[in-house]
Design a protein around this ligand. Structure first.
Ligand SMILES: Nc1nc2c(c(=O)[nH]1)N[C@H]1C(S)=C(S)[C@@H](COP(=O)(O)O)O[C@H]1N2
Ligand SMILES: [Mo]
Length: 321
């Protein structure tokens, strides 16, 4: 098991911080050894003061540090978990944190279907068990022109795709969020066509920056951030990062995606961050980083162009927004 129970060491207030961190480190190591896990890297995730979790949710054991995002100043856990877009739990930024409180994500099933050699209904724990968890600190840019820096914990999507073994006919992947209005109160209103769906070209999905996230700040994902499993593609606008995934389908044609269905003149399939293509109703040239006052210039591909631009050679990025 990669997920440990919430440790009984929330007492950061009463334990000196250094000792607290070392104790957490020890416990994560002990849990991993008890579970017989092959240890691929040092337990640096928890020992790093910047990404140590707040001790609110179950901690993730054995997180590999990846080097992505070194030097970035992180947004606080509070920023990341109280300012959310997750329309299944309300359309205001502060609603998902409140309205998702009772949401349960255990048990959780992930259905894999379509043009793939290992289809099936996987229990989430079983689905992620073969993979090492990595810390990935990414800049995230919402289409609404705000941004954050978030220390995700996840699995490279490429590793998962390779293991699921798509057939040669598969050209795209489609993702589906849970549809259950009894558990997701926002789905009782017709603000979006439910369930939320998103997609990637297979080569985008195989890019090393694309991950499926299971954690944040070293702990399991809070519900409002897309527990228990969500997509993270940091060179694209935030709406591509579909939350609370229950189905992954391999297909041969470009899938629909929810925001393109809603307003095709405003949101496209690619959704690559692009400061030179404005949204019809606002500029995309700059962004407001949560916690900062002065706007920042928005960078092409959210600053990941050196890594991802070659995916789009020959594609007109003005018409393919
Ligand atoms: N299922 C689902 N996924 C979703 C959304 C949503 O409303 N429903 N909102 C998207 C948008 S617009 C953004 S900016 C990100 C926000 O992710 P965060 O709350 O973890 O920052 O989630 C994306 N994924
Ligand atoms: Mo967004």
């Amino acid at each position: 098991m990669l997920i440990t129970n919430a440790p009984d060491i929330r007492s950061s207030e009463i334990t000196p911080q250094g000792l607290y961190l070392r104790r957490r480190e020890f416990i994560s190591g002990a849990a991993a050894v008890a579970a017989g896990l092959a240890l691929t890297g040092p337990f640096t995730g928890q020992a790093d003061a910047q990404t140590a979790g707040p001790g609110k949710l179950a901690r993730l054991a054995t997180i590999k540090k990846s080097g992505y995002g070194a030097g970035e100043k992180l947004n606080s856990y509070d920023d990341i978990t109280s300012y959310n877009n997750f329309y299944e739990f309300g359309t205001d930024k502060d609603e998902p944190a409140v309205q998702s409180r009772a949401f349960t994500t255990k048990p959780w099933k992930v259905t894999v279907e379509g043009l793939v050699n290992k289809p099936g209904d996987y229990d989430l724990d079983e689905f992620i068990k073969p993979f090492a968890l990595e810390e990935r600190i990414y800049r995230m840019r919402c289409v609404e022109a705000w941004s954050m820096v978030i220390p995700w914990v996840g699995i490279p999507l490429a590793d998962i795709v390779k293991r699921l073994d798509p057939t040669p006919a598969a050209k795209f992947i489609e993702f589906y969020t849970l549809k259950d209005p009894t558990r997701m109160p926002g789905q009782r209103r017709n603000v979006l066509p439910w369930p939320y769906v998103e997609g990637l070209r297979l080569d985008e999905a195989m890019h090393p920056l694309a991950i499926l996230a299971v954690g944040l700040y070293g702990e399991v994902l809070p519900n409002q951030n897309g527990a228990p499993l969500r997509l993270v593609v940091p060179w694209k606008y935030g709406f591509k990062g579909i939350k609370s995934i229950v189905k992954i389908r391999f297909v041969d044609k470009q899938p629909r995606n929810t925001w393109q269905d809603m307003a095709p003149n405003e949101y496209g399939f690619y959704a690559n961050v692009n400061p030179s293509v404005d949204h019809p109703r606002w500029s995309q040239k700059s962004e407001r980083r949560l916690g900062e006052f002065r706007p920042r210039p928005t960078e092409m591909f959210n600053g990941y162009g050196d890594q991802v631009a070659s995916l789009y050679t020959g594609l007109n990025l003005r018409s393919n927004y």
